[in-house]
Design a protein around this ligand. Structure first.
Ligand code: GLY
Length: 359
């Protein structure tokens, strides 16, 4: 089933339409403590109208703590328990309102509760809209290992409203923008240049929207061809082998960073490797590295950190043998799948990354 993605500025109307279309007995809405505060008010009129129309089965709200560290089995159990305590059935519908943490965890809760109930994602962050909410990957972290437990389960619908982004701070915006850069690299030079030339410092919803729509389409096109990541979808892992290692490493150092920051640094590393192994053009590598340096700043690492970063990469789900698996790029729009690198090559890549970042 093709996942519907709807861009709307009338989120209440969209929710009304989809909750009418998707037959269900009871409706549950999952928030985190942040979206409960900022986003529940935006959908209150939908909720009130729904309750008036369904006086015997009013909406049940569930909420979990807001923090990527809360994407745990414990929070997942809380959601399962809430669904069970409040008599959700196999025919109940769950709406996940939030960023990637809520849609990943809520999607996994829905995919597994009574062996699967239907769900809708309402993406409230740029990162969620451009990546997590779309494409059916759900799951939770296991300790500090990201998305270690999960399932492929597409939401029935993904609703994206840039209205939610108005309350996003700049770092969260940049976090989402890194995944857009990745989609730019996977699509074509025009879209990538549009992203590199966009004045992200002075963004507004009107000018960001067309870039976001193109970006989501890039992801949808890939997922449509390979929903279970047997081949082409591995291209969406660009930047993520280094990126996940950076993200976990920062968390273990006690200085967690937003996902997209780790991915921005990971993109630079994996383009360095792409240049060395499959001839990715150096000018585009410099353009991306400069954009990342200017907007995200560098992640400061030294060669003493390389063994720990390598060790983290060995846990990557994509590895099959001794070496670490990477998605590389021959050129913009031309991914090179299933490449590997050893510890020495990874160290050499990090050396060049540090040069490019001026550290
Ligand atoms: N975030 C990568 C994917 O959805 O495949």
């Amino acid at each position: 089933m093709e996942q519907q993605v709807l861009f709307t500025n009338d989120i209440c109307e969209a929710l009304k339409e989809f909750t009418t279309k998707i037959l269900h007995d009871r409706l549950f809405i999952l928030f985190d403590t942040e979206t409960l505060h900022y986003c529940l008010p935006v959908i209150t009129s939908f909720m009130n109208e729904y309750d008036l129309a369904h006086p015997m089965q009013k909406i049940e709200t569930i909420y979990i703590e807001h923090s990527d560290q809360a994407k745990t089995i414990e929070s997942l159990t809380e959601v399962w328990q809430a669904l069970s305590d409040r008599h959700a059935t196999r025919h109940s519908l769950l709406i996940n309102v939030g960023g990637g943490m809520v849609t990943d965890l809520g999607g996994f809760a829905a995919a597994t509760f009574k062996r699967g109930i239907r769900f809708i994602n309402v993406a409230t962050t740029l990162l969620g809209a451009v990546d997590a909410a779309v494409g059916g990957k759900t799951g939770v972290n296991l300790g500090s290992l990201k998305n270690e437990v999960g399932a492929f389960a597409p939401a029935d619908a993904v609703l994206i409203s840039t209205k939610f982004f108005e309350t996003l701070d700049h770092v969260n915006l940049l976090s989402g923008y890194a995944e857009m850069l990745k989609h730019g690299l996977l699509s074509d030079k025009q879209h990538l240049n549009d992203l590199l030339n966009y004045d992200i410092e002075h963004w507004d919803t009107e000018t960001l929207l067309p870039l976001l729509e193109t970006s989501v389409k890039v992801k949808q096109q890939v997922v449509r061809q390979d929903p279970y990541e047997k081949g082409l979808r591995k291209a969406l892992n660009l930047g993520h082998t280094f990126g996940h290692a950076f993200e976990t490493w920062c968390m273990r150092q006690g200085h967690p960073v937003l996902h997209g920051y780790a991915i921005a640094w990971g993109l630079v590393c994996e383009l360095v490797m792409s240049h060395q192994q499959v001839g990715f053009p150096s000018q585009t590598l410099y353009d991306i590295a400069n954009f990342v340096k200017e907007n995200y700043g560098p992640l400061r690492i030294t060669c003493d950190d390389y063994p720990a970063l390598y060790e983290l990469m060995t846990h990557d789900k994509k590895n099959e043998g001794e070496e670490i698996n990477f998605t590389l790029m021959r050129n913009v729009g031309d991914p090179a799948l299933n490449y590997t690198a050893n510890k020495e090559q990874i160290g050499a890549t990090l050396d060049i990354y540090r040069d490019l970042m001026g550290i």
